[in-house]
Design a protein around this ligand. Sequence first.
Ligand code: GDP
Length: 289
Amino acid sequence: MLDRLGTGLKDAVKKLAGKTVIDRAAVEELVKDLQRVLLQADVNVKLVMNLSKAVKARSLEEEPPKGMSVREHVLRIVYQELVNLMGDEVTVTLGPQTILMAGLQGSGKTTTTGKLARYFQRKGLRVGVICADVFRPGAYDQLRNLCSKVNVPCYGEPGVTDAVKIVENGIRELKNAEVLIIDTQGRHALEDDLITEIIDLNVLTKATHRWLVIDAALGQQAKEQAARFHEAISIDGVIITKMDGTAKGGGALSAVAETGSGIVFTGSGETIEDLERFDPDSFISRLLG
Ligand code: GDP
């Protein structure tokens, strides 16, 4: 998905690097190119405008540090502002914790829960998973299958509709787990009882993390979803799934901005191993590479 964005950004940067003089006109042209590339990648207009304003103002006003040419200075600003656009770097602690998964149906929440179980297990932690998705038939079987592949215990009560009860029982059953991951229900739309339920689960579990799963294909709706979940349970990390697809991906950045958090992981395939930690710095370096 990132090929086009990467090519567009590289072209914009190359064009600037090839200019003989870096004056106001050159900076304005660069900013226009960046705007076009980012908007095409589905990045929210407001975010694009903020980035362009920052690049323009900083390029024209900031003095280059000693020994740095104007050109290098402007390119460094572009790099820094693109890194900023990706949100904060999120640290993942390798100790006891409870993670509450949030997101709408189809976002890849259940698959990602399995992937996370694998991730923490590989780090040598005892992991337990609870299926509190009481909405989608088959969610428990799907999660149990994923977990059984890696021998992670998965608690669920298929047929039971009270998610809070299931999680209460699951916490008791899995009391030996150091990392507890709770897959919650996702619906097709943001409904009030979905939000009420996840608030109840957050209170019950005193979750250490509340991570929002967003499909890379989601465009501007990502912003609204993130706002609702953030208001309800204070999202502290975003996981972008389906990075291997053809989606433009920029929409998911609205979720990051909306929650004031950052991207914790990205998913890039359907198997339990297809999960990567996200580091804004190296991501942008590779994109501009
Ligand atoms: P949920 O409804 O949010 O629990 O979504 P699922 O975990 O069931 O995922 C929905 C579909 O997306 C399934 O077919 C998954 O195999 C697929 N999926 C999830 N994550 C990824 C990913 O990173 N890449 C690809 N290609 N497919 C994914």
